[in-house]
Design a protein around this ligand. Structure first.
Ligand code: GLP
Length: 259
């Protein structure tokens, strides 16, 4: 696991975009794992800019991490719609190449299994972008999630509903249920890139990086990932014991070594 502490979200977005750009130049049909929440938004802004300068997404695929259950198709806060608006329409990725778990399916367990199959059929996720919830969730894998879990239905913790209420008219409108890639699904990605900014994420970032691997902090499963990059700003890094070591390592990183 590599921890990179940067001054702010612009620098984080630029580094993530560099990594995605290098991936797409080497593998134009790369599979990108797409995250929602506010943390990845600067990354999508930067990718849109790079597309204007020629970065080609025409053969790329995108797989969403998660989705609310019970929002009607096209609801502005459904994650499929958020990704369409914030990312897909701003680059030249084919609409049919964007995939998401179906939170409106009549048979949710079957839809979750089909989603796992679709990821496999595409050859797996090359780069999985992630944010982190204040309770340490990734995707919508709330505390207590099996570290080996696959795509399935989950019930949101009230704190997450409250955190996400800002996107809805009121707390009552935030669904209680979601479908999310599991922690085992996320572990299968070839490169996991987690971004976090702000003091409200400091405890979760500490638990993820320096706490034990434990279901109480689902993101800590990334300690088992063979290639995980954790990109944080100073505020999100403020509870890290080894912050100076992470800074030193990044400053002295060999020039040939990418994220
Ligand atoms: C939601 C998403 C997560 C995201 C989290 C944090 O719960 N399902 O994927 O990481 O929000 O969001 P934010 O980046 O807005 O703090």
């Amino acid at each position: 696991m590599e921890v990179v502490i940067l001054p702010g979200s612009r620098q984080i977005a630029s580094l993530v975009a560099d990594t995605i750009e290098a991936l797409l130049r080497e593998k134009p049909d790369a599979v990108l794992g797409l995250a929602t929440g506010s943390s990845p938004l600067p990354v999508y802004d930067e990718l849109a800019l790079r597309h204007e300068r020629g970065l080609d997404f025409s053969r790329a695929h995108g797989f969403l991490l998660d989705e609310y259950v019970g929002l009607e198709s096209g609801h502005p806060e459904s994650y499929r719609e958020v990704i369409r608006r914030e990312f897909a329409v701003r680059v030249n990725i084919a609409p049919e190449n964007i995939h998401g778990p179906d939170g409106a399916a009549a048979d949710l367990p079957a839809a979750c299994r089909a989603y796992e199959d679709a990821i496999q059929d595409r050859g797996g996720v090359d780069l999985q972008l992630l944010g982190i919830g204040t309770d340490g969730h990734i995707g919508f894998n709330e505390p207590g999630s099996s570290l080996a879990s696959r795509t399935r239905i989950k019930t949101l913790i009230e704190q997450t509903r409250r955190d996400n209420a800002r996107f809805f008219g009121s707390l009552a409108e935030v669904p209680h249920h979601v479908v999310t890639q599991g922690l085992g699904t996320i572990l299968d990605s070839r490169h996991a890139v987690l971004v976090a900014t702000g003091a409200q994420k400091a405890q979760a970032v500490h638990d993820l990086v320096e706490g034990p691997v434990a279901a109480i902090c689902p993101a800590s499963v990334l300690q088992l990932h063979p290639h995980a990059s954790i990109l944080v700003d100073e505020a999100a890094a403020s509870s890290l014991k080894l912050a100076d070591y992470y800074r030193h390592s990044y400053e002295h990183k060999p020039a040939w070594q990418a994220l």
